[in-house]
Design a protein around this ligand. Structure first.
Ligand code: NI
Length: 226
């Protein structure tokens, strides 16, 4: 499932995040690349352990925690601390696969990357090119979202970032381990949750709301990996 999620940050938080990132010191993006991806990666990143990454990253994590659409679609178990990248004219990231396992900073263990996230700090009018391209069963999905929106997609997909030809594309990117490992099970739970929420909104006293909610939690109980 590929899903875009709006309004994770308030307009004030988005503006503050952009301002902090404008003043950040950027380094070669190869630092977090695996062997295959390092061969095709050409961008800049904010150092992982910097004050900038911590500050803006925590703001994004707080935003995610209050975003019901994200929680329902991702069912996160653990989220990697957000990283930040910048593609200026001439920069791109060729087709690659994200590492299946990511070690958390500070020796805090590792996560399995079930879902990849890209949060757009720059709007589509600020740069040309720079589409995130994700290969799925329906072909290649090209993603270029409004500032403040985030895309969620299976980490198992091959993906790349088209060359930026004008302006700069500034994003946050990170991964998460979900309580539900398989994409199709997670998608089924998400569809069921959306339908229950709609039914509960239209007809809160309908007996099926309780019964379907029970089935949702029983499926979650059957499949969740804690
Ligand atoms: Ni990637």
């Amino acid at each position: 499932m590929i899903l875009s999620i709006p309004d994770i940050l308030s307009p004030e938080e988005l503006a503050l995040g952009r301002k902090i990132l404008e003043q950040a010191s950027w380094i070669d993006g190869g630092v977090t690349a695996g062997h295959q991806s390092s061969l095709v990666k050409n961008n800049l990143q904010v150092p992982q352990e910097s004050e900038t990454s911590r500050k803006v990253g925590e703001m994004i994590l707080r935003g995610l925690a209050r975003a019901p659409l994200f929680m329902s679609a991702a069912l996160p178990k653990e989220i990697f601390p957000p990283l930040f990248n910048r593609y200026a004219a001439g920069q791109s990231f060729g087709s690659h696969v994200d590492n299946a396992v990511r070690h958390l900073p500070g020796g805090r263990g590792a996560i399995r990357t079930d879902l990849s996230c890209t949060f757009f700090f720059a709007g589509p009018e600020e740069y040309e090119g720079g589409e995130l391209c994700i290969r799925d069963t329906y072909g290649v999905q090209k993603v270029k979202l409004q500032a403040g929106q985030m895309i969620l997609y299976p980490s198992s997909s091959l993906h790349w970032v088209n060359p930026v030809t004008r302006g700069a594309r500034v994003c946050s990117f990170f991964w998460l381990q979900s309580l539900i490992r398989q994409d199709e099970r997670r998608s089924l739970l998400f569809d069921l949750d959306v339908a229950i929420q709609r039914l509960a909104g239209d007809n809160p006293k309908h007996a099926s709301v309780l019964e379907l909610t029970n089935s949702y939690h029983n499926l979650l109980r059957m499949w969740a990996e804690l």
